[in-house]
Write a protein that binds this ligand. Structure first.
Ligand code: FMN
Length: 278
């Protein structure tokens, strides 16, 4: 009998909701990527592997650092049927293709990769639009299930070469804008993107509505927050998933960002779902 494992990373629940739906349909085991990060290598006897995660910075690589590190640690990948699903607020660029390259460098092969548009956690989305996106996902889930069940291969929802060429200058602009912003908020100037990103938590602070409840520390998938004398302190190994800011029950966490401040989490995901269970 085939064994299926669905690995996921999620800050505000979109990718967890998608991963949970896929695991439900395929009778797969749901495994949080963040629970595996202290392992040197990740080996599994599953025949089918799903990787579900949010798009972070499509103009750079699109894959959160933690998911890149996870994919690089995968071993024993030969002959496994591997699928990827990224959730995004609107544009995933070459994210699926980039993950495919990492899987390949781990000795595996990405059979197929899908992009699912969900309400963005960095831009305001109307309630009507959110509902439309959730409805679209339920339809797409059926398609993905049929596709995966038949072990089809070759469908990659990623950017083609013509679009890559057209968008190259726009990507260049956004990449340097993001890098400059990161340098400013992390108080560092000479580090590359991957080393700057964990320091961007220097921008987070709590306001007078903070009740020291510790939710931020509990939902942080990478244990980046400590409560010290009743105050949240970020430890500078942030992955920018925005779980702390969005799950705070009092909306007490802020941090200047490139976009307007929004509060969002997937309506079917509860805070307790976000706290790692393994
Ligand atoms: C740091 C960061 C960068 C993001 N970059 C992009 C992006 O480049 N393109 C996009 O469409 N959405 C982007 N998003 C939005 C998320 O991909 C989207 O809301 C996703 O579904 C969130 O998934 P999650 O709830 O599982 O964390 C970004 C979100 C964050 C927090």
């Amino acid at each position: 009998m085939n064994k299926t494992e669905i690995y996921y990373f999620s800050g505000t629940g979109n990718s967890l909701a998608v991963a949970r739906d896929i695991a439900g349909k395929t009778n797969g085991k749901l495994i949080p990527i963040a629970s595996l990060m202290d392992k040197e290598s990740i080996k599994t006897d599953a025949d089918v592997i799903g990787i579900v995660f949010p798009v972070h910075f499509a103009s750079i690589k699109g894959i959160p650092g933690i998911v890149q590190r996870f994919a690089k640690k995968l071993g024993n990948m030969n002959s496994k049927y591997v699928i990827a699903v990224c959730t995004c607020g609107g544009f995933s660029g070459s994210t699926i293709e980039n993950l495919g390259k990492i899987i390949q460098s781990s000795g595996g092969k990405l059979a197929t990769g899908f992009t699912v548009q969900m309400p963005s956690n960095i831009e305001a989305v109307s309630e009507e639009e959110k509902q439309k996106l959730f409805d679209n996902w339920k339809k797409k889930l059926e398609f993905i299930y049929e596709y995966v069940n038949a072990r089809n291969e070759g469908e990659f929802e990623t950017m083609g070469l013509p679009l890559k060429i057209i968008l190259a200058p726009i990507f260049f602009y956004y990449k340097s804008k993001t890098l400059n912003f990161f340098k400013k908020i992390s108080n560092s100037s000479d580090l590359p993107f991957d080393e700057l990103l964990p320091l961007t938590d220097r921008r987070f602070y709590t306001d007078e509505n903070c009740e020291s409840c510790g939710t931020c520390a509990r939902v942080c998938p990478v244990n980046n927050i400590k409560i010290v004398e009743g105050r949240s302190e970020w430890q500078h190994h942030c992955v920018e998933c925005l779980a702390c800011l969005n799950w705070c029950p009092n909306g007490a966490i802020h941090g200047k960002w490139m976009f307007e401040e929004v509060r969002y989490h997937h309506p079917e995901i509860k805070m307790s779902d976000m706290i790692l269970k393994n």
